[in-house]
Write a protein that binds this ligand. Structure first.
Ligand code: 5GP
Ligand code: ZN
Length: 134
């Protein structure tokens, strides 16, 4: 059983902030910032690629993020979800990070700025549209 399945079943303790039949939200053991929360489906899915669309976890993330905003009096937050080792996923049980942001909190997400020719943009968007429609 994976570590988050053990947390979901209560075998490993956690600081829970929300629980229902299908989902659990608990404090990340490593608090990137104060209030850093993980939201998981109790059912094990390795990553977003396995998640069923009926899993309404994103609705719950909206609700919990607003609750955290109120509880911690924050106005800035990152929602993060890593899938696969190249994306930095270290626990292979689908989860969404809620990371409240504070002034000078030392968290730094930076994206490379890649330029693409217009033609490349057109081809890329066509490619993705086709694969969605399949
Ligand atoms: P990932 O890198 O897979 O997106 O995030 C996994 C997260 O799970 C990390 O931020 C890590 O601190 C957290 N984590 C790993 N093991 C445990 C644990 O046993 N309890 C809690 N509360 N968090 C954990
Ligand atoms: Zn699991």
């Amino acid at each position: 059983m994976c570590v988050f399945c053990k947390i979901a079943s209560g075998e490993i303790p956690s600081y829970k902030i929300y629980e229902d039949d299908n989902f659990l939200a608990f404090l990340d053991i490593s608090q990137a910032t104060i209030g850093h929360t993980l939201v998981i489906p109790k059912k094990h899915y390795d990553s977003i690629f396995d998640l069923e669309e009926e899993t309404k976890i994103f609705n719950l993330v909206i609700l919990l993020t607003k609750a955290i905003k109120k509880a911690l009096n924050i106005d800035n937050v990152n929602i993060l979800n890593n899938n696969g080792p190249l994306a930095g996923q270290s626990v292979n049980h689908f989860h969404i990070h809620i990371i409240p942001r504070y002034e000078n909190d030392s968290v730094n997400f930076s994206f490379p700025k890649n330029e693409l020719e217009k033609e490349a943009f057109i081809n890329l968007s066509k490619k993705i549209i086709v694969s969605i429609e399949k």
